[in-house]
Design a protein around this ligand. Structure first.
Ligand code: AMP
Length: 307
């Protein structure tokens, strides 16, 4: 029997309070699984496994359903939803975490519903690496597994994180966190060390400088779209991963050329997401707009060979 979804995502669902030089929002919809699945939903059918508290409004669940996201694995339990508070200065590449309240995630033990277990694509979004490992034990022979993380887990559970990274195909991480994880200031050296842990591919997210993909001896660089108006970089990394995995799951092809296109779709989704706070831009984004920006990316980085 084939799965009812293309991509299984396990990650955080959050109330975020965010301050940037352009404004401030409190307790808005966020979380790694949410940004990922909304971005991926433009390309593929996603199923979320996560937990929320009693305070999570049905309005947000309706929004996810409108995006055709399967929320059968999103549990509502007694307690408060995960909360993250962060701040950005004029350098929007670096988020300063002011507060992290795991709340219902503290006792969460993900149980993957039977009908999600044979999903061909699995994304382990930023969450406790012990939970990521638990998910890996439950999925049945996926075609491609990717994993994301952040400094909170690099510093808190480095060994469990290394164990999880060793078991995935693609590892996605921020530039500063890649250096921190490997205790190596040179990015290329840090990338080599990460690949030696086990994953075939490493994607390093570099904020407004785009993303680099390391695979064997090859490196591919995707630019970030030069936007005049950026309001909130929160979720850019997860939206990147959503566009990237969503496109790969849609094409069911992992040839080098397709993975490169997926990197650009990832950059496209991240570029839309930062145009407003929370998921506000995603609410009215259309597929033709995505395709148009993909073509603008092509113009941005095409050049002739020397003769
Ligand atoms: P990013 O794509 O890296 O900007 O991720 C932003 C999202 O990560 C926010 O919406 C937060 O709710 C979520 N987040 C922040 N800290 C954590 C954490 N320790 N574990 C899981 N998710 C987190």
């Amino acid at each position: 029997m084939s799965s009812s979804i293309d991509i299984l995502v396990v990650g955080s669902v959050a109330f975020d309070s965010v301050e940037t030089p352009f404004g401030k929002v409190e307790d808005v919809l966020g979380g790694s699984a949410i940004y990922f699945s909304v971005a991926a939903s433009f390309f593929s059918k996603v199923g979320i496994v996560a937990v929320v508290g009693e305070d999570f409004p049905s309005l947000y669940l309706e929004f996810l359903k409108e995006k055709n996201i399967d929320i059968g694995g999103l549990k509502k339990v007694k307690g408060s939803t995960f909360r993250w508070k962060g701040k950005y200065g004029f350098d929007l590449n670096e988020a300063l975490t002011l507060d992290t309240r795991l709340n219902v995630f503290q006792d969460f033990r993900p149980e993957i519903p039977e009908r999600y277990r044979d999903a061909e694509y699995v994304f382990l979004a930023n969450i406790d690496p012990e939970l990521q490992l638990r998910v890996l034990d439950q999925v049945e022979n996926p075609k491609l597994v990717a994993l994301d993380t952040m400094n909170f887990w690099i510093e808190g559970k480095p060994d469990k994180l290394k164990e999880a990274v060793a078991r995935v195909d693609i590892f996605v991480i921020n530039e500063a966190e890649a250096r921190e994880f490997m205790q190596e200031p040179n990015l290329v050296k840090a990338a080599k060390k990460i690949l030696s842990l086990g994953p075939k591919t490493l994607i390093v997210k570099r904020g407004e400088y785009g993303a680099l993909m390391f695979h064997g001896d090859s490196v591919f660089s995707a630019p970030a779209y030069p936007l005049e108006f950026i309001y909130d970089p929160t979720g850019a990394g997860d939206s990147f991963a959503g566009g990237f995995m969503g496109y790969l799951a849609n094409t069911r092809n992992a040839e080098d050329g397709v993975i490169r296109q997926a990197m650009i779709f990832g950059s496209v989704m991240a570029s839309f997401n930062v145009e407003d706070f929370s998921l506000n831009r995603m609410k009215y984004l259309t597929y033709p707009e995505i395709e148009r920006r993909f073509r603008e990316f092509k113009k941005l980085c095409t050049f002739e060979d020397i003769t």
